[in-house]
Write a protein that binds this ligand. Structure first.
Ligand SMILES: Cc1cc2nc3c(=O)[nH]c(=O)nc-3n(C[C@H](O)[C@H](O)[C@H](O)COP(=O)(O)O)c2cc1C
Length: 216
């Protein structure tokens, strides 16, 4: 079947995207409001987008009334955020923190989340997260009426000591982080334990009928 996206209302485009582009990693984002309230919320329109500078990107949709969500408002106002990754152990607290809490209510208190100070930005780290990235806003893209895309530069990466398997070679024990990702629908998740490996192949000219070395 073919769906011309421009012919669909936003909600249906959303469904097509989020039920196909899976799994999506989850950014558990902490920000500070100008009112001093620490905000936490999960965002799965999220990924890493580069290494020079090191970039993380968040897709922040507007709320039902067409207003920016608190995370977007705080990133716009302060230019700072922390992306925490979500382990299986934190799944319940992450889920609690997605409630539509009033702006003066901190999801940190609401969901019983423990925090730890960051070093270069004001928003705190989530203490139980295996990995946290201290970010400053590099770009804010308002593409269309329903979303803001925040591009953050990672200033500092925190990884729990036990997950650094070999410091010299920077081998990180990704499996031990037990991260979860978001799948289709409102409440389907997956664990990152179902992995397999494939070696990256070298180009073989014989497959396209060329002699060895004749690559153009
Ligand atoms: C796993 C998960 C992923 C989510 N991803 C997004 C997302 O990518 N973009 C978005 O706008 N909302 C997303 N949401 C919904 C927000 O977390 C929710 O609207 C939250 O109340 C926003 O909080 P805030 O206003 O404190 O930023 C997600 C919710 C969950 C549970």
């Amino acid at each position: 079947m073919k769906f011309v996206m421009a012919d669909l209302p936003p909600r249906q485009r959303y469904k097509l995207l989020v039920s196909t582009v899976t799994p999506r990693p989850i950014a558990w984002v902490t920000t500070c409001g100008r009112n001093g309230v620490v905000n936490a919320a999960p965002y799965s329109f999220f990924n890493a987008m580069g290494d020079d500078p090191p970039l993380l990107v968040l897709g922040l949709l507007k709320d039902g009334a067409g207003a920016n969500k608190d995370t977007a408002t705080n990133i716009i106002e302060t230019g700072e955020f922390v992306v925490n990754l979500v382990s299986e152990d934190d799944a319940e607290a992450m889920n609690q923190s997605c409630v539509d809490a009033p702006r003066d209510v901190s999801e940190i208190d609401y969901a019983g989340i423990e925090t730890a100070p960051a070093t270069r930005v004001a928003p705190p780290l989530i203490a139980s997260a295996p990995v946290s990235f201290e970010c400053v806003r590099r770009e804010l893209l308002e593409i269309g009426p329903r979303q803001v895309i925040a591009v953050g530069e990672v200033l500092v990466t925190h990884i729990r000591d036990a997950l650094v398997a070999d410091l010299d070679r920077l081998h990180i024990d990704t499996a031990a982080m037990k991260l979860i990702g978001r799948m289709h629908g409102a409440g389907t998740y997956l664990r990152n334990s179902d992995t397999f490996t494939m070696q990256r192949p070298a180009y073989d000219p014989a497959r396209v009928g060329r002699a060895d070395g004749e690559t153009r």
